[in-house]
Write a protein that binds this ligand. Structure first.
Ligand code: AMP
Ligand code: MG
Length: 394
């Protein structure tokens, strides 16, 4: 059986995970706080946009005020003053180790709230499936089995793994969902420490996406060698955002933001506006935005070296690892990717981060519908296309 990658079925209608892997509330919140302008009744927008429209609308509007609190991105709603039926409903919850915030615009509070509840449940469900830290998760069962045999993982986990490994291939191994033996050593989920060099040397050969065995007929997965392990930390949160958005759509929601620790997907627009405004945190100034975008119907995900890190002897050690060396990747401060689905944006942001500005841009440009901006190690910005650079407000 062949799996369409990032299939349109999910696009139709798309931890930062370190903390997520620990599960529960002890994880550090990465949520960006939004200053939703919660002013009164909002005008109901026209029907859903057509697929031909640009996902990014150039700004006609200007300064909204926003506060920054948290790590990656802010969804900033503009003050809409038109009268109408849609109102904004918003709820947040700690799940996957991060603050997930779902914002919905709808005329029925009941419908909005039940949609939000459905969306939140999806995060919990996917965490239970894909966390490497939960001993009973499907992914943990694979990790525990070593090379003993293939483990049935079910269609969904199988598919995420297939997609992850495909990104590994496309990125020449910069992205590798078998990074677990090494990521576990660094332990960024619990603060992090420099691994004993011999241990790292021993574990590094166990990282290798080419050594994952797939059985498409049984949706089962195994490893070619012992000591291997899966870490879906760089894609699972994006996947969860997509699944949660599907739940919202199934409840009739057409205007929403799902923000999982600053990784977002938006559909439709804020009532009374023709976009949602999204801000991305400055990688070296937690109190500032590096830029904002005015977006509709897209995912936007950032990988950054500021999300989970510690400093030792003046050196920053962070959670995005180069699978070749087992060390934190050194070429970037952050990578922000826009893509049709959050899963793709999530995986691509991590991959491009490891690849660095030059190869990372080439990698992003090669993917249809994907664009982004890379802040190199020196802070310089590299854009996939000038149109995106022009759309960003700084
Ligand atoms: P992200 O924040 O989406 O860039 O994902 C970072 C997380 O993915 C880390 O906390 C690890 O769990 C995992 N990870 C680290 N390095 C890699 C890599 N090179 N490829 C895939 N996953 C990685
Ligand atoms: Mg990622």
């Amino acid at each position: 059986m062949k799996y369409a990658r990032f299939s349109p079925v999910y696009q139709m209608n798309r931890l930062k995970v370190y903390a997520w892997r620990r599960g529960g509330a002890e994880g550090r919140s990465q949520a960006a706080e939004r200053s939703e302008a919660d002013g009164g009744p909002q005008r109901q927008d026209p029907a859903a946009r057509t697929g031909n429209e640009s996902p990014i609308k150039k700004s006609m509007l200007n300064e909204s005020r926003f506060r920054i609190c948290g790590l990656v991105a802010l969804a900033i709603a503009l003050i809409g003053c038109n009268s109408g039926a849609d109102k904004i409903y918003k709820e947040s919850k700690i799940v996957m180790g991060t603050v997930v915030e779902i914002t919905v615009a709808h005329h029925s509070e009941e419908q909005a709230r039940s949609a939000i509840a459905d969306g939140m449940s999806e995060f919990q469900r996917i965490d239970d499936l894909m966390s490497s830290y939960k001993p009973d998760s499907v992914v943990s069962r694979v990790n525990q089995s070593g090379s003993a045999g293939k483990v049935p993982v079910g269609e969904e986990v199988f598919r995420v793994l297939r997609e992850a490994v495909a990104v590994s291939g496309d990125s020449g191994g910069a992205f590798d969902p078998t990074i677990w033996p090494v990521s576990q050593l660094w332990g960024f989920d619990r603060g992090g420490s420099i691994p004993i060099p011999e241990l790292l040397t021993n574990k590094l050969p166990m990282v290798g996406y080419k050594n994952v065995i797939f059985d498409d007929s049984a949706f089962s997965v195994g490893f070619k060698s012992n000591g291997m392990g899966l870490d879906l930390g760089a894609i699972a949160k994006g996947w969860a955002i997509d699944r949660a958005m599907e739940k919202l759509m199934a409840r009739g929601i057409r205007k929403a933001i799902i923000d999982a620790g600053g990784d977002l997907r938006v559909i439709g627009t804020r009532p009374g506006k023709d976009f949602w405004r999204i801000g991305v945190q400055h990688p070296r100034d937690p109190g500032a935005l590096i830029f904002t975008f005015e977006l509709r119907d897209t995912a936007i995900v950032t990988s950054g070296d500021y999300e989970r890190f510690f400093v030792a002897d003046g050196v920053r050690y962070h959670h995005i690892l180069n699978p070749l060396t087992g060390q934190p990747a050194r070429s970037c401060q952050s990578v922000t990717v826009l893509a049709p689905t959050a899963a793709e944006a999530d995986a691509c942001a991590t991959a491009a981060f490891v690849l660095g500005p030059s190869e990372g841009l080439a990698f992003l440009r090669a993917r249809p519908g994907v664009r982004g901006v890379i802040a190199g190690a020196d802070g310089q910005l590299h854009w996939t296309d000038t149109a995106l650079a022009e759309m960003a407000r700084r």
